[in-house]
Ligand binder design. Structure first.
Ligand SMILES: C[S@@+](CC[C@H](N)C(=O)[O-])C[C@H]1O[C@@H](n2cnc3c(N)ncnc32)[C@H](O)[C@@H]1O
Length: 241
């Protein structure tokens, strides 16, 4: 089972415009890296898997702020992996990049391979079945007491708030792309945002926490939110849990 490729067009080649449109883009990336730091401080050879690295903004922050980390990052779009290769070249052997479908990669990975699995702005692109399979594989490939961090679009259960933030996001795209010479890319992002709302892919906050619990994760919780985006953390059970 493979997921649909949603970044093969100009929103992939011009991904930097997304960064410019979102005032909290950098805060989210730094937040992921800082959260990971809580589990890596003073440790060496911490193995981290990143799902959907895109051109490498999350990977870059993780590697810069966590010197003990070696990162395996995967993405199924060639255009993204090529940008990531260039962006992350100074980290040398601390980073390994693979152009692969996330689920295929996970299925080929042995049990208990990674200390941390991380993702940003990727899992919401998946349909519900594919995402459930991904989460099932994530807990399998995590080591005992391993940590899962996902910063992503998590729809708030309060629909009014959700749609206020949806409108705010659309306005960011219009102001930062549509009105400054990129109307076609602006249109593609708006279409992408509308499709994210479909029942088959919308990732709701409460349902996601329940799902993680049902899959066996310990204490899944939201640790940050801004507008459409939230960061979830959960842990695999360890010996004493
Ligand atoms: C919105 S980008 C996020 C990039 C980066 N993590 C960030 O926060 O900006 C989502 C990335 O996930 C990748 N992706 C989507 N579905 C995938 C899949 N099934 N397997 C691997 N990568 C996937 C896309 O190609 C895209 O580069």
């Amino acid at each position: 089972m493979e997921s649909e490729k949603r970044f093969k067009g100009s929103i992939g080649t011009e991904y930097a415009l997304f960064e410019k449109s979102y005032p909290h883009f950098r805060e989210l990336q730094d937040g992921v890296a800082d959260e990971i730091s809580k589990y890596t401080i003073g440790r060496k050879n911490v193995r981290v898997l990143e799902i959907g690295c895109g051109p490498g903004p999350t990977s870059d922050r993780i590697l810069a702020k966590n010197v003990g980390v070696t990162l395996t990052a995967i993405d199924n779009e060639q255009v993204m992996i090529n940008q990531a290769r260039d962006h992350l070249k100074d980290y040398g052997e601390r980073v390994e990049l693979f152009e692969r479908d996330a689920l295929d990669f996970l299925k080929e990975t042995s049990d208990s391979s990674f200390d941390i699995v991380v993702s940003a702005w990727t899992l919401h692109n998946f349909d519900q079945d594919y995402r459930k399979n991904i989460l099932r594989e994530i807990i399998r490939v995590l080591k005992s007491s391993g940590v899962f961090v996902n910063a992503d679009k998590y729809a708030q259960d309060d629909e009014k708030k959700h749609f206020e933030d949806f409108n705010w996001s659309i306005k960011q795209f219009i102001e930062c792309m549509g009105e400054v010479g990129y109307p076609k890319i602006c249109y593609e992002w708006i279409l992408h945002m509308v499709l994210d709302e479909s029942k088959n892919s919308l990732m709701k906050e409460k349902d996601s926490l329940v799902q993680l619990l049902e899959l066996g994760f310990l204490n899944p919780r939201i640790i940050w939110r801004k507008r459409m985006e939230a960061m979830i953390i959960a842990q695999k059970r360890g010996m004493g849990d």
